[in-house]
Design a protein around this ligand. Structure first.
Ligand SMILES: [Zn+2]
Length: 319
């Protein structure tokens, strides 16, 4: 494990073996965010300097690389451990962590390399924290499901806002986006869009390097690159009652003010697109064109939160 200072009072604890991070904050109370992967054999918990005086441990999610040393660290510090109810049961039982799915090649490779999930030590969650609740020390919990059902990010108001993202996003290989593996990828995208709206200047990730300065605008730019989603709506034959296909709804999410319903004359219209339906059922959009084109490029369209473009009839087998 190696350590570095992100900002005064924020230490990054980096575990190179699995390239992930935990953090120690020196606030009104010393706080740990996550505890790193399981130690090898009966190896030490986190080094004494990093657990000394810790009163609060905030857990982002149940995955072993974030909670592997939680049981030992909680015992060593007698800190209060906070986590969301959606992940608390798995952490308390120490059962093998369920693995997510991925629609990306990188995620599929990671899943293939990951091997069989193994149980890790059962660990406490003393307080089940809900969305928008404040923890001792001033962290604000943000329920951001998708990577796991109970995933929670934490916003610290110091230094202009520091967002502890957990795995609600990753900043790896110079790419900022949702994590490559998720239990519920559409929910992960919605959570990412929510985070992009928050006031913060620094982002600290479960995986990848921190972003210092203008981090929120980096999130918003990343969102603009990934704002098109495809959802399927089954089509059922009234005669036979059988599912005969699916209608593809291309959803344009901008994550800000309003929803523009289909056919709204004020909304930009998708006039053509190219792309392909992937084997996982997602739509991999290559190009999309809108009319009037300059509306989309100007600030007008930035007031649009959602646009559903219906009528893209995909002959896609019902899954
Ligand atoms: Zn994870």
């Amino acid at each position: 494990m190696r350590t570095s200072e992100v900002l005064p009072g924020i230490t990054r604890l980096w575990f190179p073996g699995v390239d992930n991070n935990a953090y120690r904050l020196e606030g009104a109370e010393a706080t740990l965010i996550d505890c790193g992967p399981p130690a090898k054999g009966n190896g030490p918990v986190l080094p004494p300097d990093h657990v000394r005086g810790v009163r609060t441990i905030a857990i982002t999610h149940h995955h072993a690389d974030h909670t592997g040393r939680l049981a030992a660290t909680a015992a060593a510090t007698e800190a209060t451990v906070f986590g969301h109810a959606g992940d608390a049961g798995i952490i308390r039982e120490g059962t093998p962590r369920p693995r997510g799915r991925s629609s990306s090649l990188f995620g599929k490779v990671l899943l293939a390399m990951g091997g069989k999930p193994v149980p890790i030590d059962a660990a406490p969650i003393h307080v089940e924290v809900g969305d928008d609740e404040e923890l001792p020390g001033g962290l604000r919990a943000l329920h951001t499901p998708g990577h796991t059902a109970g995933h929670t990010a934490y916003l610290w108001p110091e230094h202009g806002g520091v967002l502890f993202v957990g795995d609600a996003a990753a900043n790896m290989f110079r790419h900022l986006g949702i994590a490559p593996i998720n239990e519920d990828e559409p929910a992960a995208r919605t959570s990412f869009a929510r985070l992009a709206e928050l006031p913060f200047t620094t982002a600290c990730f479960g995986h990848g390097s921190p972003i210092r300065g203008s981090a929120a605008s980096r999130f918003r730019r990343a969102l603009e690159r990934t704002e098109f989603l495809l959802h399927y709506q089954p089509q059922i034959s009234l005669r036979t009652g059988q599912v005969v296909g699916a209608e593809a709804l291309l959803r344009w999410r901008r994550g800000d003010i309003a929803v523009v319903p289909p056919g709204d004359p004020e909304g930009p219209k998708l006039v053509w697109f190219t792309g392909a339906v992937t084997s996982s059922g997602d739509f991999d959009a290559k190009t999309l064109a809108f009319e009037p084109h300059d509306q989309v490029r100007s600030g007008i369209a930035s007031n649009i939160c959602d646009m559903f473009v219906t009528g893209l009839k995909a002959r896609h087998d019902a899954r």
